[in-house]
Design a protein around this ligand. Sequence first.
Ligand SMILES: N[C@@H](CCC(=O)N[C@@H](CS)C(=O)NCC(=O)O)C(=O)O
Length: 281
Amino acid sequence: MKLSREISEAGRFVRQPNRFTDRLGPPEPGRYRLYASYACPWAQRVLIVRELLGLQDFLDVVIVDPIRDEKGWRVPGGDPEYLSELYHATDPGYTGRYTVPCVWDAKEGRIVTNDFPQITLDLEMSWGTSPNLYPERLRPDIDIMNDRLYHGLNNAVYEAGFARDQQAYEEAVARVFTTLDFLEVRLSESAYLFDTLTDSDVRLYTTLARFDTVYHSHFKCSVRRLVDYPALWAYARRLHAIPAFRDTTDLDHIKRHYFMTQTNINPSRIVPVGPELDWSP
Ligand SMILES: N[C@@H](CCC(=O)N[C@@H](CS)C(=O)NCC(=O)O)C(=O)O
């Protein structure tokens, strides 16, 4: 499995760099197509921002099949059959994992970007400005928060789940819960991470949406559940009530993807029943 290349000698998961890092040009109907999975937290960020900013006419979306086999993500409708074909059309020598989210430029016939942290910022800075999810006055603070969220939570849950070493796992789990504890305090004083809804809330939400259903069990982030954090759980449900968040949250795709595709962690491919969660605000 290619993921094994991203396991260090010390058994830590070290994510591959993003291969395609060009920036999106100006919006042009029919030109750009986002390949996304409802299962993937990095892809859901882009789906949420696209809908919040009303960019549906400028960014087409293709949702890939949630179950991935050894050939990678499959495209329902078969154009192309596998996402890998777009990676190889762009770079015939590509040897990494074929990841979502990525943006295909139909005009130039290439993947412009699979650089997930930058895609939402590009949309926010140059494609749609209302609501302003990346206001200039908050940018330095949002950048710091996003960095903290990535290392302490968004990617740390993967570091816990994919660790091949007890100490590496424990270190990642400790970071996850230190971060959740910090966020619980912050969100007990404020409705959003800042005084208005921002890119950071989108990034936090997609990890929280998967936490009790997948990360708590499958990735062994088991110290506490999201529902054990009153302010964070209320915040997650409040965001879920916003259509752009709710419409792009598909727990069926999420569960089937993680439990049936990551067979290194769950060889039986059994998808758990539950947990029962009431997402109403
Ligand atoms: N582009 C990043 C993050 C995006 C990412 O990991 N997406 C996952 C889904 S959540 C994916 O597409 N994985 C494909 C694979 O592992 O083959 C990476 O290369 O690690």
